[in-house]
Design a protein around this ligand. Structure first.
Ligand SMILES: C/C(=C\Cc1cc(O)c2ccccc2c1O)CCC[C@H](C)CCC[C@H](C)CCCC(C)C
Ligand SMILES: C[S@@+](CC[C@H](N)C(=O)[O-])C[C@H]1O[C@@H](n2cnc3c(N)ncnc32)[C@H](O)[C@@H]1O
Length: 265
């Protein structure tokens, strides 16, 4: 139900999974016409690319860098490894991975947003350490990876899986390209079973995140954040998803008061 000017309208969503794109008000009901496709998400992340890093720093009070460090440490990436950062965006985890594997290693950062990859490449140019030169940026889809079977010693995915439309296929692709006995480390928002946590998450997005994003004319893009968390999977469901994709085990842990989750198939 959606309240509008104090009047409650039943809101009807059409189609599978919705990215609220347009509100067509009629006399009695608001009908949200939208289709939440991969291409719409590609457009969304292209649009937010110029301010993405700065808003993450501002809105998480810099905490997201701690969470990303945890995810990369958890991946088990070591000197000389060949590793993959899926849905790499502007490259935060890829840069951290390159510090782990060093100049003798190799980091592949894959994303389907050309604008996010452009930011990643420009950040790379500004960094002098030799380890950063081992990063290669690839424009591609997490559900159809351009890599061989058993190619990687570790895989990370920061705030990516929740945004992938076909998560099952993405999990199967991760399983295919990962070497046996190696690890995937996935960081994202936690879809909590605790109503108070969900309330706090929603309140912060509604009352802090979206108002700040509105200053950059990105309200809709950050409203999607709340929707995407509501449509995400709980830790238990993510563990099941990994087992169904072929992984032998998976454990999900809540961090930062249950706002975020790190898990490893
Ligand atoms: C790095 C973070 C989010 C990345 C991110 C993921 C998405 O799926 C998006 C989709 C659409 C627009 C933007 C994003 C996006 O930025 C996490 C930190 C940044 C968040 C925007 C801040 C969220 C605040 C939390 C609800 C509460 C933080 C508590 C903390 C202890 C201060
Ligand atoms: C919230 S950003 C995360 C970026 C980065 N990993 C980080 O932690 O800041 C999500 C990224 O996933 C990418 N993405 C979403 N679906 C994808 C897909 N099917 N294939 C490749 N990239 C995808 C988006 O383009 C976006 O850059």
């Amino acid at each position: 139900m959606s309240a509008l000017l104090g009047i409650v309208f039943p809101v009807t969503f059409t189609g599978h999974g919705q990215l609220p794109a347009k509100l067509h008000s009629s006399r009695r009901r608001l009908v949200v016409k939208s289709s939440n496709s991969s291409s719409e998400r590609q457009i969304l992340f292209n649009r937010i690319a110029p301010v993405y890093d700065n808003l993450n720093d501002l809105l998480s009070l810099g905490q997201h860098r701690i969470w990303k460090n945890m995810a990369v440490s958890w991946s088990g990436a070591r000197t000389g490894d060949k590793v993959l950062d899926l849905c790499c965006g502007s490259g935060d985890l890829a840069f951290l991975l390159s510090e782990k594997v060093g100049p003798s290693g190799k980091v592949m950062g894959l994303d389907f947003s050309s604008e996010q990859l452009a930011v990643a490449a420009s950040r790379q140019k500004l960094r002098g350490r030799s380890c950063y030169k081992c990063i290669e940026w690839i424009e591609g889809d997490a559900t159809d990876l351009p890599f061989d079977d058993c190619e990687f010693d570790a895989i990370t995915m920061g705030y990516g899986l929740r945004n992938v439309v076909d998560r099952r296929r993405a999990m199967r692709e991760m399983y295919r390209v990962l070497k046996p006995g190696c690890r995937v480390s996935i960081l994202d928002f936690n879809k909590s079973n605790q109503s108070v946590t969900t309330f706090m998450q929603d309140w912060m997005i509604d009352n802090i995140v979206v108002p700040v994003a509105t200053l950059y004319d990105l309200a809709k893009e950050y409203e999607y954040l709340k929707y995407s968390i509501s449509e995400y999977l709980t830790g238990e469901e993510l563990e099941t998803l990994a087992l169904e994709a072929g992984f032998s085990s998976a454990r999900h842990y809540e961090i930062s008061g249950g706002f975020m989750g790190i898990w490893s198939p």
